[in-house]
Design a protein around this ligand. Structure first.
Ligand SMILES: Nc1ncnc2c1ncn2[C@@H]1O[C@H](COP(=O)(O)OP(=O)(O)O)[C@@H](O)[C@H]1O
Ligand SMILES: [Mg+2]
Length: 374
């Protein structure tokens, strides 16, 4: 599958834009502030129906307008066609999504139609900042790749909200505990899926890290909120461990007025080996090591999407080569060539001669929200 037509109306600084992409993709070149990230954000919006930058939908509507609309047409080699659209009305605060012209019953059912992965300089925050971004990463990948994950996550969040409300008000323990089984059932499903994903993908993360870094090893591991949940295997054992951890935390929870164990407090850990032994990338990694960790993570995501969808993902590269040395940049290109040789849409402030399967990507320019194909 590749994106062959994108139609934007009043999305960020795009007024009206129709673009026809060739199967290999395109390189979009333009100065800062012209709309390069906005364009890739719009494509990825049609994958997850929200901004990958975390911007609320209101901010995506062009200044002075009320409604944005984005539509993608995807095609495969056999000519089979699919369309995905999203529109948001700022006044009515209403989002409308369609797949092949029909509205899905739930938004969750429409996720992942584009089959894309986005690489962005801000990915470094996943590695370098607090655990919230790492949980968000896991939640997006698993919602896209694992049936049932999003539903379990939503049930978990609702239950957590109820339980926290009671704890905050200092309600009697029995009232709080009434929510425990619901919390444990949904939460164990979330933890089990995260645990399995990290276990299945940690070798691959290591391979990508080492390759991009040019030899240094890298590791990814999962750290659930309570140690016994890390040792548990499978949903039933995790549920038992969760129950035990909640029991132990009950007094503290009442004092603090919030739920202290569960997947809302999980983390992912990225490490490399340095002179003095194992080095946590978050706290001790150099900027380059942190960026490498983020790239390896996106590569693992691409593999996950590839396997889940049964086809190569569309690779969106937002200005990623600017901050990388030529060696690392070349190794990303090699990876796309060798393993994920699908469509590539990349942006750059400078003209790049990005070669894919021997062909140079067509170079388009962008200025003030207008893309001019060559
Ligand atoms: N809702 C919006 N309406 C109109 N313009 C917007 C909106 N949101 C952001 N912009 C504009 O988009 C530009 C930034 O676009 P961006 O894609 O981040 O640039 P870059 O090419 O550097 O990646 C800024 O000039 C900003 O004012
Ligand atoms: Mg940008």
């Amino acid at each position: 599958m590749f994106l062959h037509r994108l139609h934007l109306r009043n999305y960020r600084n795009f007024a009206e834009q129709v673009l026809e992409f060739p199967p290999q993709g395109a390189a979009i070149v333009g100065d800062n502030g012209q709309g390069k990230t906005n364009l890739l954000e719009a494509v990825y919006y049609l994958e997850i129906f929200r901004s990958f930058r975390g911007a609320p939908d209101e901010q995506l509507v062009r200044f002075g307008e009320d409604v944005f609309r984005a539509e993608a047409r995807l095609a495969d080699a056999s000519g089979a066609d699919r369309s995905v659209s999203a529109a948001f009305d700022r006044r009515a605060r209403k989002k409308k999504v369609t797949v092949n012209g029909a509205e899905p019953e739930r938004l969750g059912a429409a996720l992942g139609q584009v089959g894309a992965v986005i690489f962005s300089p801000s990915d470094v925050e996943i590695v370098a900042d607090g655990p919230g971004g790492r949980r968000r990463f896991l939640d997006i990948v698993l919602s896209l790749a694992e049936p049932g994950y999003l539903g379990a996550l939503q049930r978990y969040r609702q239950t957590l909200f109820q339980r926290n409300t009671l704890l905050r008000k200092g309600s009697p323990r029995a009232l709080v505990e009434a929510w425990d089984e619901g919390l444990i059932t949904a939460g164990s499903r979330v933890v089990a899926a995260r645990d399995r994903w990290v276990a299945e993908r940690s070798n691959s993360f290591g391979t990508h890290y080492e390759r991009v870094a040019g030899g240094q090893p890298g590791r990814m591991s999962y750290t659930p909120s309570a140690p016994e949940m890390g040792d548990a295997k499978g949903e039933a054992e995790i549920a038992a461990a969760f129950r035990e951890a909640l029991g132990r935390a009950a007094d503290r929870e009442q004092r603090r007025g919030m739920t202290l164990v569960g997947p809302h407090r999980d983390d992912l850990r990225f490490t490399t080996e340095g002179e003095g032994g194992t080095l946590e990338l978050r706290t001790y990694g150099s900027g380059g090591q942190q960026r490498t960790g983020a790239i390896a993570l996106r590569m693992v995501e691409a593999e996950t999407i590839h396997q889940a969808r049964g086809r190569e993902p569309i690779i969106l590269l937002d200005d990623v080569f600017a901050e990388l040395d030529p060696g690392r940049s070349q190794r990303i290109v090699d990876w796309i060539e060798a393993e994920e040789g699908g469509q590539v849409i990349l942006t750059s402030p400078k003209p790049t001669d990005f070669q894919l399967r021997g062909e140079t990507l067509p170079r388009w320019s962008i200025r003030a929200g207008v893309v001019v194909p060559d």
